[in-house]
Every structure is written in structure tokens, then in C-alpha cells.
Design a protein around this ligand. Structure first.
Ligand SMILES: NC(=O)c1ccc[n+]([C@@H]2O[C@H](COP(=O)([O-])OP(=O)(O)OC[C@H]3O[C@@H](n4cnc5c(N)ncnc54)[C@H](OP(=O)(O)O)[C@@H]3O)[C@@H](O)[C@H]2O)c1
Length: 260
């Protein structure tokens, strides 16, 4: 499995590196990092931006650049890779067949991770065109994420919408909750402290397992009480039931566009 070559070590490549370090799944010395912004100080022990000839050592290549530039970014690299190197792509929307073609027919897995891989608590959807590529994807992601294997590559668009992008929906919700609390008279600091601790605690209760989100919701919702009043807005007309299908459809559409 090692060395692992990272093509791109920005927000998500960097989050994976941090998660592997924390969980001790892979050490920095297992990594070759290729990214114009990367420095040896940022990744001590890793081989950073070596000459192209050194890339032939890589057993697995993590494609972690923006979908808009991936073809350009891999051009120089491909001729120097080992013929049996496995490509694991996290690029949103980009199809395995296109990646395999650009990488000279090498085996390809696609992965859609979340940023919490950095603390070993991510989620990751996996799809691969060969068992070996799937094993490589699992070896990279299982130490840092709850994984789901997709039977059909087209489901990667939906997985991106419901998982890869979804931490941002939650953070946007928290931003709005904090602002609304301040509108009701709390200081911004108190509103932020209450909102963040509430969301973190509620997530921990869910993560503990054994109870459905709907059960946990009912435990908070006294008949005729304050929560029911708020939920009549959030779950009523124009609420989550209307908004989230539209939001996910927009993410799916964009994922499809990024791959075309
Ligand atoms: N962020 C997420 O939550 C998330 C989740 C799942 C999947 N993804 C996927 O992960 C990929 C990376 O996203 P990101 O959010 O990590 O973006 P990012 O922070 O911009 O990281 C991409 C990195 O690639 C570098 N880069 C640019 N050209 C390169 C080249 N030719 N060779 C090697 N590296 C190059 C960039 O450097 P410069 O900044 O100097 O250009 C940057 O450091 C995307 O395909 C995205 O769809 C992201």
C-alpha cells in the first residue's frame, strides 16, 4: 500500500493526512506529496515535491486536486507511475473510466470522504472497478471513516450530496441558529456557545447508536410545547422536507456537471 502518492494536499488531502497520522494508519514517512503549495515543514517526514522520476515508487495514488484541473494536473505524472499503481480519486463527479483512461488504463477507485476524516470520524462512500482498487480504497479510508460501498458508480452523485457536501449544510444550519439566537436577545457569544454545545451533544447522542433520529426528536418535543412550535415551521411547508430534496438535487446536478 505504501508509499502513497498524494496529488494535491489541500483541505481534503490534508485532512486525510492528518487522520492517518492521528489514527496511526499511515505515517508521514509513508507519503509522497505532490502539491505546489506543500512544503517539507508542513509534512515533516514525507517526501514533498520530489523529481517526477521518484513517483514510480508509489503503490497507490490519491487524486485530490480540484475536478476542474485534474486532467492538467496528472499529465506530467502519469508517464512516471508504476504500471500496477492503483489510483484512488476523491475528485467530485469525475468518472472512474475517464480517470483510468487518463492514467493509462490503471485500476481506479473513487471515494467521497468528509472532512472529519481528520479526526478519524469521517464518512466515505467507495466505488471501484476492480477488487484490488476497492481494497486500496478501503485501506485508505476505513481507518478514518465509516465506509459505504456503492454498487453503481452513478450513486456517487447522491452520496456526494448526502455525505461529502453535507457537513457544510450542518455548519450553515449552526450559523443560522446562532444568528437567530442573537436576534432573540442572547449575546452572540452566549448564542454560539449554546448552539455549538447543543449540536455537539445531540450528535454524540445519535452517534452512541440504538435510537433513530425520529425517536431522539420526539424525546425533545413535548406535545403543545416550544419545540413543536419551532418544528411546525422547520418541518412544515417550505421546511426541511421541501428544502433538502431541492438542495440535494442541486448538488447531484453539479456533481454530474463536474464529471462531464
Ligand atoms: N473539501 C471537501 O470537503 C471535499 C470532500 C470530498 C471530496 N473533495 C474533493 O477533493 C478534491 C480537493 O478538494 P479540496 O477541497 O481539498 O481543494 P483544495 O483545498 O483546493 O486542494 C487542492 C490542492 O491541490 C493543489 N494543486 C493545484 N494544482 C496541482 C497540481 N497540478 N498538482 C498537485 N496539486 C495541485 C492545490 O494547490 P493551490 O491551492 O496552490 O492551487 C491545493 O493545495 C476535489 O476534487 C474535491 O471534489 C473535497
Amino acid at each position: 500500500m505504501t508509499p502513497i502518492l498524494l496529488l494535491g494536499a489541500g483541505r481534503m488531502g490534508g485532512a486525510l493526512i492528518e487522520g492517518w497520522r492521528r489514527t496511526e494508519a499511515f505515517a508521514l514517512s509513508d507519503l509522497i506529496v505532490r502539491d505546489p503549495a506543500a512544503t517539507a515543514q508542513a509534512f515533516p517526514g514525507a517526501v514533498v515535491n520530489p523529481p517526477l522520476e521518484a513517483l514510480g515508487a508509489a503503490k497507490v495514488v490519491l487524486l485530490a486536486v480540484k475536478p476542474q484541473i485534474w486532467r492538467e494536473a496528472v499529465k506530467d505524472v502519469v508517464p512516471h507511475l508504476a504500471p500496477d499503481a492503483i489510483i484512488v480519486s476523491i475528485a467530485a463527479g469525475v468518472r472512474a473510466a475517464d480517470i483510468s483512461e487518463a492514467f493509462g488504463g490503471r485500476r481506479v477507485a473513487r471515494v467521497m470522504p468528509t472532512t472529519a476524516v481528520a479526526i478519524g470520524q469521517g464518512a466515505a462512500s467507495l466505488y471501484a472497478d476492480t477488487p484490488e482498487a476497492l481494497e486500496a480504497a478501503k485501506a485508505l479510508l476505513a481507518p478514518v471513516a465509516a465506509t459505504v460501498e456503492l454498487a453503481d458508480e452513478r450513486l456517487m452523485h447522491a452520496a456526494t450530496a448526502v455525505s461529502g457536501s453535507a457537513p457544510a449544510y450542518l455548519y450553515a444550519f449552526i450559523e443560522a441558529l446562532e444568528a437567530a439566537g442573537a436576534d432573540q436577545g442572547l449575546t452572540p457569544e452566549d448564542s454560539a456557545r449554546l448552539a455549538r454545545a447543543t449540536i455537539a451533544g445531540a450528535s454524540a447522542l445519535l452517534a452512541q447508536g440504538g435510537e433513530e433520529p425520529s425517536d431522539l426528536r420526539k424525546q425533545v418535543t413535548s406535545p403543545g410545547g416550544t419545540t413543536a412550535a419551532a418544528l411546525s415551521v422547520l418541518m412544515g411547508e417550505g421546511g426541511f422536507g421541501d428544502l433538502l430534496p431541492k438542495a440535494l438535487a442541486a448538488a447531484v446536478k453539479r456533481s454530474e456537471e463536474l464529471g462531464s
